[in-house]
Write a protein that binds this ligand. Structure first.
Ligand SMILES: [Zn+2]
Length: 206
C-alpha cells in the first residue's frame, strides 16, 4: 500500500498517509491538523484531539456495507447548535471515496457529486420546509435542515483541506428517498447524495 511518512509540525509525532489524494492529516498524538504541501506539513487551526464517544467505527478499520468493502481513512467532526456529528472518510476499490455520516447513532452513506463548486445558491432564501432545485439533476429537494456549523477538528487523513475552527453551513434535504447534503465551506461548496443505513447494515471484517 502507498504510504508516506510525515513528522507532526507541532509535536514531532509520526504521521502516516496511505492515500496519494490526501490533502489534510491530523496528528493522533496531539490533535494538530495540518495541510499536506509538496513534501511537508503546514499546521493549521487549533489543536483538537477528538474525544471518542463509543463510535462503532475507528481509523484503519475495514467495514462492509451492501457487499462493498470500505477502509476507514479519517473523519471530520462538525459542531452545530444542538451538538456535533462525525463524517467518516472511507475508501473503497482502491482510491474511490465515500462518506459515512454518524449522528447520534444514525448513519447515512454519502458519495460526493463532484463539480458542485459551481452551484450558485442564495443561501438566505433557503428555508427548512421549502422545496428547491440545486441543479438540473437535483430538482424538488425538500429541505429538512439548515445549520450554521463549525469544523471542530479531524482525525486520520482527508481528501481536502480543513481548518479547525472554520465555519461551514450545512443544508440537508430529501428527494425520492435519497438524502441530499450540501456543505458550504468558505472556499467551496460540496454536494453529497446518500442513503440512510441501519446499524445492522454495517458489518466489520476485523
Ligand atoms: Zn502532533
Amino acid at each position: 500500500m502507498f504510504t508516506r511518512e510525515f513528522e507532526c509540525p507541532s509535536c514531532g509525532g509520526r504521521i502516516e498517509s496511505s492515500n496519494p489524494g490526501s490533502r489534510s492529516v491530523s496528528c493522533g498524538y496531539c490533535g494538530q491538523t495540518s495541510h499536506i504541501n509538496a513534501d511537508n506539513l503546514q499546521a493549521v487551526g487549533s489543536k483538537n484531539l477528538l474525544i471518542d464517544y463509543g463510535s462503532i467505527l475507528s481509523l484503519g478499520r475495514t467495514i462492509e456495507i451492501k457487499e462493498r468493502k470500505f477502509r476507514v481513512m479519517g473523519r471530520i467532526r462538525i459542531e452545530y447548535d444542538d451538538g456535533f456529528w462525525d463524517e467518516w472518510y472511507l475508501n473503497y476499490d482502491g482510491d474511490k471515496e465515500a462518506w459515512l455520516q454518524e449522528d447520534d447513532g444514525s448513519f447515512v452513506l454519502f458519495s460526493e457529486k463532484k463539480g458542485a463548486g459551481a452551484l450558485r445558491l442564495e443561501q438566505d432564501r433557503i428555508q427548512v420546509g421549502s422545496t428547491l432545485t440545486f441543479a438540473p439533476e437535483f430538482q424538488k429537494v425538500f429541505v429538512t435542515s439548515k445549520s450554521k456549523a463549525k469544523v471542530i477538528g479531524g482525525e486520520g487523513e482527508l481528501p481536502f483541506t480543513i481548518t479547525p475552527g472554520e465555519p461551514a453551513d450545512f443544508i440537508e434535504g430529501i428527494q425520492g428517498g435519497r438524502v441530499i447534503s450540501l456543505e458550504v465551506l468558505p472556499t467551496e461548496v460540496r454536494l453529497f447524495m446518500g442513503s440512510s443505513l441501519e446499524i445492522e447494515q454495517i458489518t466489520f471484517n476485523h
